[in-house]
Design a protein around this ligand. Structure first.
Ligand code: NCD
Ligand code: ZN
Length: 432
């Protein structure tokens, strides 16, 4: 007798109706006839995907918990069908020392209802080695904040570590963004769209080409976060074809929005890198050339967002809108379930070496999101579980939504109701 059986699951896009047997939080069988189990959940023929993995969230815990904390962030994840999140290091203190990393791990263990990994920051080069021993998801580099000399030192050290590490990159050039920001501030035209000029496409393109050069020189695995321009994606894919170890990520706002949204929702759409114009922007047609979607869930308070263009803080909460927006495109036949599985399940699991996650197969963690593909609603930030009750997607009509989220065999969300769970640090298997 096993612990749990999910019967009448529709595995998509395969179409097969099956039962999934679960024991000790792992998938132990996928069969036509439901196995005998202590607990039985009838999925009623609804589509079942592997639990989504978000490689890019900012949960603000510790230090900035008025914006979000690991509890509310993980509730937002569960609401959006995500069962694993990877938290970024720009908290207070930053996650760039062994001490801060261990403290954040404790917080996540106490509060998170979904599984997690932590990205590490870099400040003191001496801390790279001790932090690497704690198996961070990656070392994150904010190129908009560092000089080339520091980047060189960091690459030199990280590439020499005994256990291979990934460098995740926020690719905007520090000099160019600082220069263009100064220029735009001097013009004294305070409208939201000016922000796109203060951090222009070329700033990303220069940063991407510089980091490709660094990665190539030091033979270092790279993952480029929130790619926002066609030119950058071309550079990344060219490097990839030439044999470099490099992957790309796109965020929902760069996929679904263009710079007309500065008019429609002001600084609520302000984010780094900014939303691009038609000439530069990526869109759904580029999805096949991109490795993964990372939400860059970056919550702030409404007050922090409503300040003027320069004072308003950059960042958009995306955990609860990403999947419904994508399912809407599935309903429109613009993309398929297989794209969602590649971009949000298998892709992130492969890049970040989560060998027990991202697939519905025997032996994998029993992480699932169950979908209602017929449900239609209008996005309303008041319904969000995140503390950040704003969204540039407010008012968007969507069709398709997660109705149940299961983490290692435990239901954490069902029809908008949430249940306690102890999220776990995703254990490390040996990196390639
Ligand atoms: C991020 C945040 O708020 O932490 N904001 C954002 O606009 N993406 C930080 C960052 O990536 O610059
Ligand atoms: Zn970033």
């Amino acid at each position: 007798m096993i612990d749990l059986c999910l019967k009448n699951c529709k595995l998509v896009p395969e179409n097969g109706n099956c039962s999934i047997g679960i024991e000790n939080g792992k998938i132990v069988s996928i069969t036509k006839i439901p196995p005998k189990s202590e607990k039985l959940i009838d999925i009623k023929g609804n589509p079942v995907l592997p639990g989504l993995i978000d490689s890019h969230v900012h949960f603000r815990d510790p230090g900035l918990t008025y914006k979000e904390d690991f509890k509310t962030g993980s509730l937002a994840a569960a609401a959006g069908g995500f069962t694993t999140v990877m938290d970024m290091p720009n908290t207070k203190p930053q996650t760039n020392t062994k001490k801060a990393f261990l403290e954040k791990l404790e917080i996540a263990r106490k509060k998170s209802i979904v599984d997690f990994k932590l990205h590490a920051g870099i400040n003191d080069l001496e801390q790279i080695r001790p932090v690497a021993e704690l198996n961070p998801a990656s070392f994150k580099i904010f190129m908009d904040l560092y000089d080339n000399s520091f980047l060189m030192e960091a690459f030199k050290q990280i590439s020499k570590l005994p256990q291979k590490q990934i460098i995740t990159v926020h690719a905007e050039d520090k000099n160019i963004t600082n220069y263009c920001t100064r220029m735009e501030k001097n013009r004294m035209i305070e409208v939201p769209e000016i922000y796109a000029k203060a951090r222009p496409p070329v700033s990303e393109v220069i940063a991407v080409s510089a980091v490709i050069a660094l990665g190539g020189f030091y033979d270092q695995k790279l993952h480029i976060c929130h790619v926002s321009t066609k030119k950058s994606l071309q550079l990344i894919n060219h490097a990839k074809i030439s044999g470099q170890n490099i992957t790309s990520e796109i965020s929902p706002h760069h996929l679904f929005l263009d710079n007309s949204y500065f008019h429609k929702c002001g600084n609520f759409v302000k984010t780094n890198p900014p939303i691009r114009d038609d000439e530069n922007k990526l869109d759904m047609s580029c999805l096949k050339e991109i490795d993964i979607i990372g939400t860059d869930h970056a919550p702030h308070t409404v007050e922090e967002k409503k300040r003027n263009v320069w004072e308003s803080l950059p960042g958009i909460p995306n955990l609860e809108t990403a999947l419904p927006l994508l399912l809407t495109r599935v309903n429109e036949n613009k993309i398929g379930f297989k794209d969602i599985k590649r971009l949000l399940c298998r892709g992130p699991a492969e890049i970040f070496n989560l060998s027990n996650k991202g697939k519905i197969e025997e032996g994998m963690d029993a992480d699932f999101v169950i979908l209602d593909m017929k449900k239609e609603y209008v996005i309303n930030p008041d319904d969000f579980k995140t503390k950040a009750k704003y969204s540039p997607f407010e008012g968007f009509k969507v069709k398709g939504t997660p109705i149940m989220t299961i983490v290692r065999g435990k239901v954490v969300m069902e029809n908008g109701e949430f249940f306690e769970n102890k999220g776990k640090l995703v254990s490390e298997h040996h990196k390639k």
